[in-house]
Design a protein around this ligand. Structure first.
Ligand code: MN
Length: 240
């Protein structure tokens, strides 16, 4: 049966080889059987720019993804808050399509809104301001014009700041804002919603305006790999 798979928040990094091995295995087994694989952000722990494609670890990831797409599984990538600098060179090397965030698509007959999920966490105003800044073309051009080593050092600094800031933030602030979810669903005519980012895997059902919207939150891959499988009968979350 035709089916699509959805994953996010793998946070692949050379420091966590076990996550990459689980992912590589998933690609050649489960994902190779699927019609499509959607990676909804934070595939990488960080992405400093496409000139980092020469890095041996990154090369391994790209070649695993290129093998999947050349084998006939359609591959879709979306930016996360960690890897929003993934550019055309990377996307092309993977044989992938880059999806904007949000993207509304009909998936096996069901209108489905795909997002990374960070924009739903609108209570985190400090992050939302930061996000706006780093998504500006001018900011990105300036950042990418610096040498790769300098960019990596800067990313490390930003991560440290973010770790410190997160200690001050409550669990509620770092989760989705209920009103943002409802507004998003209403604006898009009540689709099914699939997103990651919060690392709080669940199926939420939103009943509103006479509609029933499923919201699937994808799991991260820190402790265990997992994916969402959707076909014409619906979706199922599966642990590897
Ligand atoms: Mn994220």
């Amino acid at each position: 049966m035709k089916h699509s798979l959805f994953i996010s928040d793998l946070h692949l990094s050379v420091d966590r080889p076990e996550v990459f091995s689980a992912f590589a295995k998933f690609l050649v087994t489960t994902a190779a059987q699927a019609d499509s694989l959607y990676i909804l952000g934070d595939l990488f722990e960080h992405w400093a720019g496409d000139d980092d494609l020469d890095d041996p670890f990154n090369r391994q990831v790209v070649s695993a993804l290129a093998n999947l797409s050349s084998g006939g599984t359609a591959l879709y990538l979306m930016h996360g808050n960690r890897d929003f600098l993934m550019g055309e060179a990377l996307v092309t090397a993977c044989g992938a399509h880059l999806l904007p965030d949000p993207s509304l698509r009909v998936i096996h007959g069901v209108a489905t809104l795909l997002m990374h999920g960070d924009t739903l966490c609108s209570d985190d105003t400090a992050y939302m301001t930061f996000r706006e800044q780093v998504r500006e073309a001018a900011w990105q051009q300036n950042f990418l014009s610096q040498p790769l080593t300098q960019r990596k050092a800067q990313i490390e600094q930003l991560r440290e700041q973010s770790r410190l800031a997160q200690r001050q933030k409550t669990a509620e602030i770092m989760d989705v804002n209920a009103e943002s979810v409802i507004n998003t669903l209403r604006q898009r005519d009540y689709p099914r919603l699939i997103h990651g980012h919060t690392h709080r895997p669940a199926l939420h059902v939103h009943e509103m305006d006479g509609h029933r919207c499923e919201r699937w939150v994808l799991a991260d891959w820190y402790e265990q790999g997992s994916y969402l499988r959707c076909d014409e009968h619906g979706c199922t979350a599966i642990k590897i």
